[in-house]
Ligand binder design. Sequence first.
Ligand code: P6P
Length: 335
Amino acid sequence: MSSFMESSRIALPIGTALDRFIKNNQDQFQYASGELSQLLRDIALASKVVNREVNKAGLIDIMGAMGSQNSGGEQQQKLDVLANIRFTRALTKGGEVCALVSEETESYVDLNNDGGYVIAIDPLDGSSNIDVNVSIGTIFSIYRRKSAIGKPIQEEDILQTGADQVAAGYILYGSSTMLVYTTGHGVNGFTYESTLGEYVLSHANMRIPEDGRIYSINEGSANSFAQSVSEYIQYCKDQHYTARYIGSLVADFHRNLLKGGIYIYPATAKDKNGKLRLMYECNALAFLAEQAGGLATDGHTRILELKPKDLHQRTPFYVGSKNMVQKAVSFIKES
Ligand code: P6P
């Protein structure tokens, strides 16, 4: 065997880079693939900067709280604010986005009347874990604006149901950094190769197992769970399922996507409508879950059919393996 053949055998091929993947699958995006490429490139670029800052959090003064609160009255961490700035700047420069809905800003941010897309984003979810070096994430939803390009933004552009998403995804800043997204034709995962500065396809056509044995819920709130939730959790224990709860939605979702499982954030005494936000947390993960063969509901209605009334509205959230979500819902129906 020639030396070239010998060396090529051990040199593993580098997977498909994100940009190339989008171009190779351009027929799957109902609008101009160049626009989606630009949007995902802007998001990927900002995530690379956030990734660098997250990885240095212990070394530079970006840990801890800002001393300010976000729209939900939650303490803003310095990295929350930094991440919001990074994504806002990248999406502004890209020119494709007319308006941005963010957990970190009370109202939507009007970016560019000539933009054809609206983005809803949680720039850095799991902020309570930032200072203790536990995985955190970015969650994003992409909508096509409904009003005419070039005109001022309308409410109909902003308060769209999750079923209207044209793309959605998350970045997980974990032991490796991954970007996982869908445009409605399956779910694909890309791992960040920092020496190349590229996201490279590592998890093609991700599917969530129809069944699982992992349940993720904060049982510290169990005293205020509805009876149906308590009964379902007891069912999980009777089935000897495993309890896994990281306290970072993206990390818990990603693990359950790979291994099978259910994540539940129900209504509690503290959060009467659940803690998670429909527009920039639940809709994106619901789209991904369904595209991977799973389900996402508020206990009664498919998440993607919920009509938002407010940018920051909360919803109970049951998401994950199809059969597990259906089982959890059956307890609610019986109650
Ligand atoms: P709790 C993080 O603040 C977050 O929004 C999600 O990432 C996470 O799943 C949840 O809240 C944790 O909330 O009430 O269990 O601490």
